[in-house]
Ligand binder design. Sequence first.
Ligand SMILES: NC(=O)CC[C@H](N)C(=O)O
Length: 310
Amino acid sequence: MQKLLEEIATTAATNPDKGRVATYIPELAGTDPNQFGIAAAMADGRVFSAGDADVPFSIQSVSKVFALALALGRVGDAMWTRVGREPSGLSFDSVLLLERENGIPRNPFINAGALVTTDTYLAGSSPREALGELLRFIRAAADDDGIHINEKVARSELATAHRNYSLAHYLASFGNMQASIDKVLGTYCHQCGVEMTCRQLAMAGRFLVDGDKMPALVSAERRRRINALMMTCGHYDGSGDFAFRVGMPGKSGVGGGILVVSPGRASIAVWSPGLNPYGNSKLGTEAMEAFARKTGWSVFGVPQGHEQVT
Ligand SMILES: NC(=O)CC[C@H](N)C(=O)O
């Protein structure tokens, strides 16, 4: 596994096309695209990493996985009266379907759906308390108290969050927002501003891997369901492409991070800030495609005569 990660990091470093760094969040616009990290936290407790795996980055929409787990912990299946479980086929910040589908976002991983999950775990508490709870969840999952929110990134996003404000207003007009829009947006932008290294993110993703040594923060059923949603909706309108190329549940963020789950085997985090046209890490996706091919870890089956990576 160590050798494989190093090979993947070397291939990424020599790729001339790094994709394009997201610029709509001013604080992220200056990120150096020549960075690449990868880490794998295995079900047996071993952790491997290569490249810039200890450089912190903005997890952005990868946070939606933790937010969903927290929201489900609060309200259980009632969550599904406010948000759907189908891919949208549209970009992460699209407003298109909200009007036609009466303010019920297609899934919890597009921005509209994530604003609903934020509103759900915020319910009745202050943004500070809610974010404290989110951080406690992530730190427990990663077994790491050093994980924090980058306040500058959060403020920078909040100051330019016109699109997300309009999504929240749209949701509110259909009665699908409970807290005040300012509170939800403030909490959401701070949630997206959580910063982690690949190693920390791989560790945090272990709650989605079944195994005796993995943190038991959600039930087995909930774990399967979150994984299913990551597979079908975790990469927005690029979810089909990611399933086709990688074949594992994954959640991306515009900071260039991707969290990937190999059920029963490992939690993998990859990061490179340049994005493909879907808004998902370009090198990260390519790296995971190579990783899946080499390990044979696609959930859809192992290639014939495949060698086991240990
Ligand atoms: N795809 C993403 O990572 C988007 C998250 C970002 N915070 C936003 O709301 O625009």
